[in-house]
Design a protein around this ligand. Structure first.
Ligand code: SF4
Ligand code: SF4
Ligand code: SF4
Length: 322
């Protein structure tokens, strides 16, 4: 029907490459309607000038003709790295009713970021930038700077590199974000990031570039406290960025069992049986393996102040703070 309305000369139904059996099944019926069925990746450039429609759009057209069409979007909710089932949500539904937003630090809708409060108020309709896609609930335990860094790296990998603003912009934004997560971020860097992001928004030719810029710009707009914590206070509120973290052995709790030294992949724990062990902060990668190994809960991970620790080997129970 759509091909007829468009006056198309050729009708092709393109199925995923692995759906060979499905092609065999439907090809004879499709042929009766002049539709050729192929199993192939859709090459957008090859089909330039053609009308490309997703199968869901075609299904919606069929529903429309049957008078059973309900306007809406298809969404899947991603929490803690797991994407839930794809479901159709009618227009007019509150996002909070369509997705469990509990425990969110931020909510990513389409390529845009919202505070949990703002996300609660969103209503899915033609104006909300969900499109069909994934709603990601970013939990309180996540660091938004690390999330941004990961998304920028993903965009860099996906970029084809043709547009200078995408290629260079993503590189620059990623470099700034990496500085921030490694404790080298500077306040002046934020102005630069904003300028680069805004230039990318109107200069990139496709959504790969603008998606990367969206996350950076939105996080600066709504979550400046996260930037301030990392840049000014040199602290990661979620305790994720290891550069702001110290791991030390509580000299009053260590029993000198040597288990931590045995598991340390960096060999940076000094001590011997019966003596208080010490971590060499310079080589420690904050992997946390020693914490898991210590049965006495003597190894502490903190972003705060570190108490006075021994500087030489001391027998267990003999450490005195002076
Ligand atoms: S914006 Fe799109 S077209 Fe331009 S370099 Fe990035 S991926 Fe390629
Ligand atoms: S820190 Fe824990 S694991 Fe390491 S020696 Fe002391 S008690 Fe044993
Ligand atoms: S956190 Fe990892 S690298 Fe650091 S002392 Fe413990 S085991 Fe070694």
């Amino acid at each position: 029907m759509t091909a007829y309305v468009l006056g198309a000369e050729e009708k092709i139904l393109q199925l995923p490459e692995e759906e060979e059996a499905l092609k065999e099944k439907i090809a004879p019926e499709a042929e009766k309607h002049g539709i050729s069925v192929v199993n192939a990746f859709v090459k957008v450039r090859e089909y330039r000038g053609h009308a490309l429609h997703h199968i869901e759009t075609m299904a919606a057209v069929a529903d429309l003709m049957n008078d059973s069409y309900e306007p809406g979007v298809h969404i899947a909710v991603c929490r803690e790295g797991k994407t839930g089932e794809l479901k159709k949500v009618p227009f007019g539904t509150r996002l909070a009713d369509a997705a469990d937003l509990s425990g969110a630090k931020a909510v990513e809708v389409g390529s845009h970021l919202y505070t949990p409060g703002a996300a609660q108020e969103l209503v899915i309709d033609g104006d909300l930038n969900t499109g069909n896609g994934v709603i990601t609930v970013i939990p309180e335990s996540a660091c938004l700077m690390q999330e941004g860094e990961a998304r920028l790296l993903a965009s860099r990998k996906n970029g084809c590199g043709k547009c200078t603003f995408c290629r260079e912009g993503l590189y620059q934004l990623y470099a700034h974000m990496t500085d921030i997560t490694s404790g080298k971020g500077k306040k002046e860097g934020l102005d630069m990031m904003k300028e680069i992001g805004e230039a990318m928004e109107f200069s990139c030719a496709c959504s790969v570039g603008t998606t990367g810029a969206d996350f950076a710009l939105d996080s600066m707009k709504y979550f400046m406290d996260e930037f301030d914590a990392h840049i000014k206070k040199k602290n990661c509120p979620a305790g994720v960025c290891t550069c702001f973290m110290t791991i030390y052995i509580d000299p009053n709790a260590c029993e000198g069992c040597e288990d931590c030294a045995d598991v340390c992949p960096e060999d940076c724990i000094e001590g011997k049986a019966g003596y208080i062990h010490m971590i060499d902060d310079f080589d420690c990668t904050k992997c946390g393996k020693c914490i898991e190994a210590c049965e006495y809960d003597a190894i502490i991970k903190t972003t705060g102040r570190v108490p006075k620790l021994p500087t030489r080997l001391v027998k267990c129970g003999k450490f005195k703070k002076r």
